[in-house]
Design a protein around this ligand. Structure first.
Ligand code: CUA
Length: 152
């Protein structure tokens, strides 16, 4: 009987988390798209060559994919340039230690774990420049670990 109670408690907690994250609205004319907004799911990075050449790729009319590598103490590519009115799926990985990929002033924020790929899709409506920072302490250059996203 107690097991069932714990299960219910855990479920409530999860629902609470999702509600909290969903409620946090995004400022500055950008929107997290789809289910990813509450589940930044890292996937296995086994023999993944997508990150050999960090880049932004156009994959549809208004759709882009950004392959981003975080490494002490920078993000590549930098700046990341995408056009306005576009959906951008970020795939972010680390080559060394745990970093984060966080767009300043928005709720776009994911932990970046070596060997794993964080994925999230963001809709950029208007031209803007966003700072990218690392929120996980990663060494002496942590505070200088910055990048930029340019929506043009
Ligand atoms: Cu990378 Cu802190």
């Amino acid at each position: 009987a107690y097991e069932k109670l714990w299960l219910v408690a855990a479920m409530l907690l999860i629902v609470g988390f999702i509600a909290t994250i969903t409620y946090g609205s995004v400022a500055l004319g950008i929107t997290m798209v789809g289910d990813q907004q509450d589940t930044v799911e890292p996937t296995e990075l086994a023999d993944d060559d997508r990150f050999d050449d960090p880049r932004v790729e156009q994959v549809g009319e208004n759709e882009y994919e950004a392959y981003v590598v975080a490494q002490t103490f920078s993000f590549q590519p930098n700046p990341i340039e995408v056009p306005e009115d576009s959906d951008v799926t970020f795939y972010v990985t680390s080559r060394d230690v745990i970093h984060s990929f966080s767009l300043v002033g928005t709720n776009v924020n994911t932990m970046v774990i070596p060997g794993e790929v964080a994925e999230m899709t963001v809709e950029f409506d208007d031209p803007a420049e966003y700072g990218v920072v690392c929120n996980e302490y990663c060494g002496p250059g942590h505070h200088d670990m910055e990048g930029e996203v340019h929506v043009v």
